[in-house]
Design a protein around this ligand. Structure first.
Ligand SMILES: [Mg+2]
Length: 197
């Protein structure tokens, strides 16, 4: 199987780190379970300037490297690779976050996994040309049998993969999301994802 795995809040606990950053920078105490929107500006009630500062801080290399691994992610992904599946990590992180993101994967025993940065959320203001970044059209030309995503904002991209199954990683900001088709199922943890294969 060709498998697409998202990075933030699928392999690591990004939103939990952003809750700490919002507290540290602005004194905003938002419990993780109350992060109801994928858009963190909306979830934390930030001004444009605060949101820019939050995103900048959250993408500093030392902060990216400090993100906690999601329970069981590394062991489960290695099991999936060992079973012969072709796995790619496809992140919407900014292109200039590639190096620390690559380092994080290597530090968590995921050095075999290729990582690609794709502008999933229309955040990049210019195109860069590297082996690790892709346009949306490059992404749409790829083929996947299973995608693991947490973000309802990314579902529209997955529709380009035809009959791809989608495991929606259960998070507070997607619990009320309408799943676009029967190909989508909600999963609570990595054990459940492994059992799908
Ligand atoms: Mg994500």
């Amino acid at each position: 199987m060709n498998i697409y795995i998202d990075f933030d809040d699928v392999i690591c606990e990004t939103a939990k780190s952003f809750c700490q950053i919002a507290d540290r920078l602005f004194g905003i105490k938002k419990p993780y379970n109350e992060v109801h929107f994928f858009n963190l500006q909306q979830s934390f009630g930030l001004t444009d300037n605060q949101y820019d500062a939050l995103m900048k801080e959250g993408h500093l290399p030392e902060i990216l490297l400090s993100y906690e691994e999601t329970d069981g992610a590394s062991i489960s992904i290695n099991k999936i690779v060992d079973a012969g599946h072709d796995v790619k990590i496809i992140t919407g992180r900014p292109f200039d976050s590639y190096e620390p993101s690559r380092q994080w994967l290597d530090n968590h025993n995921l050095s075999r996994l290729p990582l690609y940065c794709v502008d999933k959320y229309g955040r990049e203001i210019f195109n860069q040309n590297s082996t690790f970044n892709m346009t949306l059209n490059d992404l749409y030309a790829m083929s996947f049998d299973l995608a693991i995503e947490d973000s309802p904002a990314a579902f529209k991209h997955l529709e380009h993969f035809g009959n791809c199954k989608v495991a929606v990683f259960d998070r507070p900001w997607n619990k009320d999301a309408i799943l676009p088709s029967d190909n989508y199922i909600r999963v609570k943890n990595w054990d459940q994802i492994v059992s799908l294969l």
